[in-house]
Write a protein that binds this ligand. Structure first.
Ligand code: ADE
Length: 279
């Protein structure tokens, strides 16, 4: 990685929309010793441009998702008008009968209720009539496993629906007809898709240019370049006899970056040999 110069900051690994964002602005790109692209952002550009992304979450339990987007980074994304997250309960408008039915037993028998196709189809048809959606995501344990690359891809979209399943899942025909992408957040089963949706939205939101104060942070995250992040330290320099590595106090930026890169390599090799192989 390279040095800061003047008002410019040099940041790490490339995301497509960051390149676009920066090319449209006043930035330059070069390669570091590792042949990774380096972007130089002129600080004056940082807060000028931002994309607006809309994520509509369809869930029977919107209460579960009210808190995650009201704090910290997600709150800031909303306040800056960069990310709009809407929660919608299909039971309110699309459920069937006076009992507001949204699910039924599965054909062929077996434990667990399945979400009915009709209310979901009506709901999705209405949403689609309002605007063009780039993706209609269903969160499910049998989807592709979420990783940084998927978060990066999704952060390029403008309008996204996330459909949360509950009970035994949703009727397969909804998946066939409407869903463009199925995502799992890991090899375990949650009670519903809401927590998975929160994880996905968080992973996307922090990537949108303008959301993080320090524009370099999202690009230097663990996983962004298939490496885990190096250790970090703050004050005091000596905590109960444990000292901050001297290089971090040296003020020598090139050496510091070299050290961080080595630490990232070491950490990845030790903890995630599978990632290290790919690097
Ligand atoms: N719904 C239930 N479990 C899930 C998981 N692991 N990922 C995404 N959605 C889910």
């Amino acid at each position: 990685m390279a040095k800061s110069s003047g008002r410019e900051m040099i940041v790490g690994i490339v995301l497509k929309h960051w390149i676009e964002f920066l090319i449209n602005s006043n930035s330059t790109q070069s390669n570091n010793h590792n042949n990774q692209a380096i972007i130089t952002i002129k600080q004056s550009q940082q807060s000028q441009q931002s994309q607006q992304m809309r994520i509509d979450i369809i869930t029977l339990f919107p209460e579960l998702l009210e808190s995650p987007f009201q704090h910290s980074i997600m709150k800031r994304a909303k306040e800056k008008g960069i990310l709009e997250v809407n929660l919608f309960n299909p039971r309110e408008k699309y459920s069937i009968g006076q009992h507001k039915k949204m699910d039924d037993y599965q054909y062929g028998g077996g434990a667990g209720l399945v979400m009915l196709p009709e209310p979901l189809a009506n709901c999705l048809d209405d949403f689609k009539a309002e605007r063009d959606y780039d993706e209609i995501i269903f969160v499910t344990p049998d989807g592709e496993r979420l990783n940084q690359s998927i978060a990066n891809q999704l952060s390029l979209k403008e309008n996204v629906i996330i459909l949360c399943g509950h009970y035994k899942g949703i009727d397969e025909r909804i998946r066939e007809k409407y869903i463009t992408r199925e995502i799992s957040i890991g090899d375990y089963v949650l009670s519903g898709g809401e927590l998975a949706a929160a994880v996905i939205v968080d992973s996307i939101g922090r990537l949108l240019p303008g959301v993080l104060n320090d524009e370099t942070s999202a690009l230097l995250d663990s996983h962004q370049d298939n490496l885990l992040a190096p250790p970090v330290y703050t004050r005091p320099a000596d905590f109960q006899g444990m000292k901050v590595p001297a290089v971090l106090l040296s003020g020598h930026q090139a050496k510091i970056e070299e050290w961080r890169f080595e630490q990232a390599l070491l950490r990845t090799k030790e903890r995630r040999p599978d990632m290290f192989e790919k690097f």
